[in-house]
Design a protein around this ligand. Structure first.
Ligand SMILES: NC(=O)c1ccc[n+]([C@@H]2O[C@H](COP(=O)([O-])OP(=O)(O)OC[C@H]3O[C@@H](n4cnc5c(N)ncnc54)[C@H](O)[C@@H]3O)[C@@H](O)[C@H]2O)c1
Ligand SMILES: [Fe+2]
Length: 386
């Protein structure tokens, strides 16, 4: 067997430690020396009481903390600019992102803006970032986007359009996986972010262009771990083993899709977030069934492999095994309690044309999809999900 050429990248250091966030200050001092830390999070997380102890840990270690807690979901560009302004005025030397994908994405872009003079509007797209960034540490509190180990940040421009900044500089210096931080994540959010992670693994495994032996192994490790623990983590939120498996699985899926990027499910999910503020994971969950069936025309052999990896194959033809995989994912989403149709989350039927017109512009991800897609086919997929 021969291999196609490939390149694999990830972050410099990953630490997994239950309640490790209470010792984060010592780690930062050991890694970067004493400096002023810009801690980026959202106000909802501050209210849960998760942020205070982390801030205390930093202060105990002798670090100055500048708190930016104005991140909002699907973070708009203005939030990034406000964050950078605060960090610059305070003379921040380290950037710490603490929260879900929204806070981590803001932290990633802010670290770059604080380390270089390049205007943000020039950074959108692939490999358009010049220069370096400030030291960057990421601590996820959802499991999740995998943003802690990806080279992508998704920012909302002009109120509705989700745009990606994709650049090597976005790989963090240090990632802490502390699943104790995810214990309070409400069941529906646990389900939505968990499905997001599973979609990352599925789309990385079926990616048309950059799928490679390492992204495959990561996706194949992540999927069974996530599939076996998602409903458990929703039903028994305090289950440490389930929470740790979800956080680790989401990170592995993140490493997979950082190197073999996502496809049509994400391309069609972005406008649902942009126009209707449907949470990212839920947007993916709503589109997953129709897109899996659409892609199965060409991707059935790969879906059959995923069925085997997840232990849900009953044998039979590739098409039957692919169907077993798709049915498993649909049942999992039913059991997770998530809304199952676009009409249930405030999307209106007359918006389908607008959604498809936006989705077709996300060629950055659509090029990776195993099956090419037209705008008319997207309208049909949105109708199926409606
Ligand atoms: N950069 C990437 O690689 C990547 C990948 C996928 C998604 N994303 C982006 O990530 C964003 C979505 O991130 P998300 O789904 O993690 O949610 P989020 O960051 O938008 O957070 C949603 C809500 O969950 C709350 N929350 C977070 N952790 C909590 C906890 N432990 N306990 C209680 N509440 C908690 C937050 O306060 C917030 O109100 C989207 O903007 C999406 O586009 C980025
Ligand atoms: Fe995602």
């Amino acid at each position: 067997m021969t291999f196609n050429a490939f390149e694999f990248r990830t972050v410099a250091s990953i630490e997994m430690a239950w309640e490790g966030a209470s010792r984060l200050g010592e780690r930062l001092v050991a890694l970067f020396g004493h400096r002023r830390v810009l801690m980026i999070t959202d106000a909802g997380l501050v209210k849960t009481g998760l942020v205070g102890p982390v801030e205390e840990s930093l202060k105990r270690a002798g670090l100055d903390v500048v708190l930016f807690d104005s991140v909002t979901a699907d973070p708009p560009e203005e939030v990034v600019l406000a964050c950078v302004k605060q960090g610059r005025e305070a003379g921040a030397g380290i950037v710490l992102g603490l929260g879900g994908g929204s806070s981590l994405d803001v932290a990633k872009v802010a670290a770059i803006c604080l380390g270089s003079d390049q205007p943000l509007e020039e950074m959108y797209g692939v490999d358009r970032v010049r220069g370096t960034r400030l030291p960057l540490v990421l601590v996820p509190t959802t499991a999740g986007t995998g943003s802690e180990v990806t080279n992508v940040a998704v920012i909302t421009r002009d109120g509705t359009t989700k745009m990606g900044v994709v650049a090597t500089q976005l790989y963090a210096d240090h990632v802490l996986l502390d699943a104790a931080l995810t214990l309070g994540l409400p069941p529906l959010h646990t389900a939505a972010t968990g499905i997001d992670a599973m979609v990352h693994a599925i789309e990385a495994y079926t990616g048309k262009i950059r799928k490679n032996p390492l992204s495959d192994r990561l996706a194949l490790s992540a999927l069974p771990m996530l599939g076996a623990n998602l409903v458990k983590a929703c039903r028994v939120p305090s289950d440490r083993a389930a929470r740790e498996a979800m956080l680790l699985g989401a990170m592995l899926a993140g490493q997979a899709f950082a190197n073999s990027p996502v496809g049509l499910v994400h391309g069609m999910a972005y406008p649902l977030g942009g126009f209707f503020h449907v949470p990212h994971g839920l947007s993916n969950a709503l589109m997953l069934g129709p897109v899996l069936r659409f892609n199965a025309v060409v991707a059935a052999p790969l879906y059959a492999e995923l069925a085997l990896a997840m232990g849900v194959s009953q044998g039979g033809t590739q098409a039957q095994q692919a169907e077993a995989f798709i049915s498993f994912m649909e049942t999992l989403m039913e059991e997770s309690g998530l809304p199952r149709r676009l009409r249930d989350v405030g999307v209106t039927e007359d918006a389908i044309g607008k959604l498809a017109a936006d989705a077709i512009t996300h060629q950055r991800v659509l090029v990776n999809n195993p099956r090419s897609v037209t705008e008319e086919e997207m309208r049909s997929l949105y109708r199926q999900a409606f």
